[in-house]
Every structure is written in structure tokens, then in C-alpha cells.
Design a protein around this ligand. Sequence first.
Ligand code: F6P
Length: 375
Amino acid sequence: MKRLKRIGIITAGGDSPGLNAAIRGVGKAALGIEGVEIIGFRDGFRGLAEDLRVRLDRRALSGILTIGGTILGTGRDKPHRMEVGGEERDMTEVIVRNYRKNKLDALVCIGGGGTHKNALRLVEKGLNIVTLPKTIDNDIPLTDATIGFDTALGIATEAVDRLHSTAHSHHRIIIAEVMGHRAGWLALGAGIAGGADVILIPEKPYDIVHIATAIRKRSRHGTNFSIVAVAEGAMSKEDAAAFAKAEEQKKNATSKTQRQRAKTELAVLSARHSGNTLRLAKQLEELTHLEARVTILGYVQRGGTPSAGDRLLATRLGTMCVDLIQEQVFGVMVAARGDGVKPVPIAEVAGKLKTVPADHPWIDSARRVGTCLGD
Ligand code: F6P
């Protein structure tokens, strides 16, 4: 079989700890094959459109394993809707041209949900693409794990741990907001590992009265503090119903006006939801008569040194990715399966989301240690 010599690589979407470990894994494994070159492109798909090349030789790949972020830079640009010179343009053909101009044999895209949708578009244009799953949200289907989740889980767990002593000292409710708009893996994992008393995730719309009852019960038993781990996308049953109704109206709209009305309603609901954690704190203060405070963990969860688990995962996926390229297996994501890896078609991943199933063992364990899930 012909040896593939020129491999391009990008990191796209939100950054995650472990991206550099993945670049290094791909790069070192590729450079270990005689005559193979690896070319980085800056800032995700924009780097491909603007041909922003970075030479990844042994020196560039050295010393990056433990460093957070990505040496290539990243971005959320979409090839088919990219802002160029103040206007939105379809840059797909430009990207295809640059791929050919650089004589790439393959392109590795490391990213999350959006990256997989974008990568699929380029696969459909005939590019040889292999992806690696990366996101602190852990919401990519068909893989056991995603690069970045383990580190973020450690950071969020430590935060929940630390909030216990201050909540206890002041007899307060402390609400820790954890990242995760549509999937609650991080809030659920950190909530369980950190011993949160209440865990709220997007998959389980909550009833504020149930949460207040659980907190009051703790007070009656002499524990007048509580820790609530809430995913940024968690919402009340009423808000979830309002969102579902607007989504339904958008889907069933038969005219432009109806569609626009539904879209406006969704935008209003989203804007209102952005203050949800602060609202939750106020509601709980009123219902429990305990003081409540909010800690938004935010980008701290994505920053800094990757955990040992993420370095290992990124190195495993990165090195195996080079084998798939040399075997000319394209249009696939390198999924983690047990101790090994499995190529799965990007088409089966793109546009899909791995949310927490209602019967997931983590949910059962959380309930059995007495955690309120708000439902
Ligand atoms: O997708 C990963 C993620 O960290 C989400 O958990 C979070 O909601 C989002 O990215 C934030 O994205 P941005 O970097 O665009 O603000």
C-alpha cells in the first residue's frame, strides 16, 4: 500500500486540556514513519481557509504533553459559514483547494460536536479525514471517553470539595455551576465525586419545591448547609416545557412568520435562561430561609495541565489515528473502546449528542447515596 506522506492537523471548537497531548501523539507517531511530514493549521477551520500553516517538526512537538490549551490555536468557525472581511462566506471550496495545494494525503480534525459536523461536510467533498473526539462535556456518541473530560471532572470535583467547608462554616447553600449546556456528565460526575447534596442536569428538568424540600430535610436533621452542583443547561420543568413548545412550533411552522415567531420565542427563552443559576439561588433562599451563594466555575474547567487520564487517552487516540491513516481508513472518528480504539463513521457521530440516559448507573448511584436530582 502506498505510504501517505503529508498529514494536516487542526484543533477546532472550544479548547480542552489534552489537545497538545493529542497533537503530539499524532505528530510523533507520524514522524516515526520515514518520509512522513505533519503540517498544522492555526485556529481550526479558519487556518485551512486562510492557509495558516505551522510546521510540526520534532522540536515543535517536544515539551507540549503537559501544557493546557492548544499550540495550534482553535476557533468555532464553520467552513460553510465563515466571517471573512465582515461578511459571511462559504469557504468550503477554498478549504478543498488549500488541502490540494498543500498536497495533503490526510487531515486530522480534533474537536467536539461542531467539528464533527464540519468534518463531515469536508468528507463529502472528498477529503481524507480522521477525527479525534475532544470536549470537556463528554457528549460525543460512540466513544467511551472524550479528551478533556477527565481533567475538567477533576477540577469541578475539587471545587465542589472546597465549597463544602465554606458552606458548612456559614450554614449556607452554595450552588456550583458546572459547564454542560446540553449534557450533564460533568455536573453529575463532579457532583457524585464531590458529594454534592443536589445535582441538576439538563436531561432532568427540576422541580424547585423538591430541591427546597430536600435541603430543608437536611436542616431538620441538623445539617444546615447544602452544596448544589448545577449544569449550565439545567432548567426547571416549566422552562423545559416552554423550550419544548417553542421548538415544536419552529419544527411545525408552515409560514415564514410562524417560523420567525418561534425563533424569537426561543431567543427570549435562551436569554432568560442565561441567568438561571442566580435565579435558582434566590428561589432557594426564599423557600429554605438559608443564605445562598453562587460559584460559576466557567473556563477554569478548561484551563491548565491535562490529567494523567487525558494525556493517556490523547496519546492512545493520536497514535492509533496514524495507523488508520496509513491503512487509508478515512471518514472515521477514532473512538475509545475499553483499552483499545475503534474507527466509527463520522456520519454516525455528526449531529448526534450523547446525553445522560435516565437509567444510567451514575444516576442510580447518586440516588442511592441520598442525592436529590431535583426530579
Ligand atoms: O463545548 C464545551 C464547552 O466548554 C461547553 O461546556 C460550554 O458551554 C461551551 O464550551 C462554552 O463555549 P465558548 O468557549 O464558545 O464560550
